[in-house]
Design a protein around this ligand. Structure first.
Ligand SMILES: C[S@@+](CC[C@H](N)C(=O)[O-])C[C@H]1O[C@@H](n2cnc3c(N)ncnc32)[C@H](O)[C@@H]1O
Length: 266
């Protein structure tokens, strides 16, 4: 990405997860270091670009379910990523124009795209918070500017929790966020799997941990299920992300080394 000849306001010498993911998705918001890391990752796990696309499709399907069948009108999307096709507010507002969406990410490149994320349907609203998931209280305080926490909210943690290692106390962080939600709220999550294509995923983790600014910890199904403790998983439960309510056979058959699920807070 060239920004009018000006040096970009972030470090381009080291690969960053948002930009590597953008590379796998075929986007243009990435630099040489991101592409080199992305390519090495593809050597370790050739299906990773398709897996990233499956994850994006999972995100869109869950938002469509939440705004449609579940009747949710408020979304807190943490780990937004660089805007791509079918961003959360676009999908939610295509179903329910009055949907309100708060985006959160800690990467400055995502912040530079905040304007695109803030292009809300006039009936609804969007906001952007530059914050780290490791500071859930800051996120909740910021989200309260737009969202009414006395009413249901969908908390979206899609392909972000792998960036918290066990020392970051990820279960406690998710619990803090879920505790702030009203009954009838939802948690939608996908998480790269340690136990799907296990050998290749271990190689992928090695490459990413050597080459990226952010580290990754892939978790097995039981480790991901633990994030949903105390919540009621909706059908079909915690499954390979491509198998979560796919809309076509090809969607269902797409490689996806991630666990995905949506659960309701009782
Ligand atoms: C793999 S992308 C996923 C993007 C989007 N949720 C999706 O599934 O298409 C992970 C995103 O999480 C962000 N992220 C990683 N660690 C974070 C943290 N500790 N706090 C906030 N955002 C974080 C990255 O900057 C990146 O944009």
């Amino acid at each position: 990405m060239v920004m009018g000849g000006e040096p970009p306001p972030f470090d381009t010498s080291v690969a960053h997860t948002a930009r590597v993911y953008n590379y796998w998705l075929g986007g243009k918001d990435n630099f040489a270091a991101d592409r080199a890391a992305g390519e090495q990752a593809i050597k370790a796990f050739p299906a990773i670009p398709l897996s990233a696309r499956s994850n994006r499709a999972f995100l869109a399907r869950t938002v469509r379910f939440l705004a449609g069948e579940a009747g949710i009108r408020q979304f807190l999307d943490i780990g937004t990523g660089i805007p791509s096709a079918d961003n959360t507010h676009e999908v939610a507002q295509s179903v329910a124009p009055a949907s309100r969406v708060v985006y959160v990410d800690n990467d400055p490149i995502v912040l530079t795209h905040a304007r695109a994320l803030l292009a809300s349907d006039p009936a609804g609203a969007t906001d952007y918070i530059d914050a780290d998931l490791r500071n859930p209280q800051q996120i909740l305080a910021g989200a309260r500017r737009l969202l009414d926490f006395s009413r249901p909210v969908a908390l979206m943690l899609v392909a972000i929790l792998q960036h918290l290692d066990d020392e970051d106390a990820p279960y406690q962080i998710v619990q803090t966020l879920v505790d702030a939600l009203a009954s009838g709220s939802y948690l939608a999550m996908s998480h790269p799997a340690k136990d799907i294509d296990a050998e290749e995923m271990a190689k992928l983790a090695n490459v990413l941990n050597k080459r990226m600014a952010e580290t990754v910890t892939f978790r097995d199904r039981a480790g991901v299920a633990r994030f949903f403790d105390g919540l009621e998983l909706v059908e079909p439960g915690l499954v390979q992300a491509s198998k979560w309510r796919p809309t076509s056979e090809s969607e269902a058959a797409s490689p996806a080394a991630l666990w995905g699920g949506v659960a309701r807070k009782p």
